[in-house]
Ligand binder design. Structure first.
Ligand code: ZN
Length: 119
C-alpha cells in the first residue's frame, strides 16, 4: 500500500477527530462513552441536524458521521453567536491596543533616555 492509498483510506474512513480539531469552525471535538461530540465556535451553527439552527454542537455515534455533519456547519447569527463574536472581537481589539500602547511606550521611553541637555 502506498502513502497515497493510506491517505485515501483515512480520508474515506476517518477514525480520529484530528480533522475536526484543526477546523476553524470547531471549538472542541472529542469522543466519550456517549459518542462523538463537536462543539462549534461562535458564529457557526449545525444546520445539518437542525435545519432551523439553534444547535451549536454535533453529536453522532461515529467520527465518520460527526465529520459528515460538520460539513453542514454554516454561519449562524443568533443572539448567542453575535454575543460570542463580539467578545472575541473585543478581546482581539484589546490585545492589539495593548501591543500598540507598548510600542508607543517603548518609543517614548527611548526618547526619555536622551539626556535633557541634548534635546
Ligand atoms: Zn448561533
Amino acid at each position: 500500500m502506498t502513502n497515497k492509498d493510506t491517505h485515501m483510506k483515512q480520508t474515506q474512513n476517518p477514525t480520529t477527530l484530528d480533522a475536526a480539531n484543526s477546523d476553524p469552525r470547531v471549538a472542541s471535538a472529542y469522543r466519550d462513552s456517549d459518542g462523538v461530540w463537536i462543539e462549534l465556535e461562535s458564529g457557526w451553527g449545525n444546520f445539518y441536524d437542525e435545519p432551523r439552527g439553534g444547535l451549536h454542537g454535533i453529536h453522532e455515534t461515529s467520527v465518520r458521521a460527526a465529520l459528515r455533519a460538520l460539513r453542514g456547519a454554516r454561519p449562524c447569527d443568533c443572539a448567542d453567536c453575535v454575543e460570542g463574536l463580539h467578545k472575541t472581537a473585543q478581546a482581539t481589539a484589546l490585545a492589539a491596543l495593548k501591543r500598540a500602547t507598548a510600542a508607543v511606550d517603548a518609543v517614548l521611553n527611548a526618547r526619555d533616555d536622551v539626556p535633557q541637555a541634548d534635546r
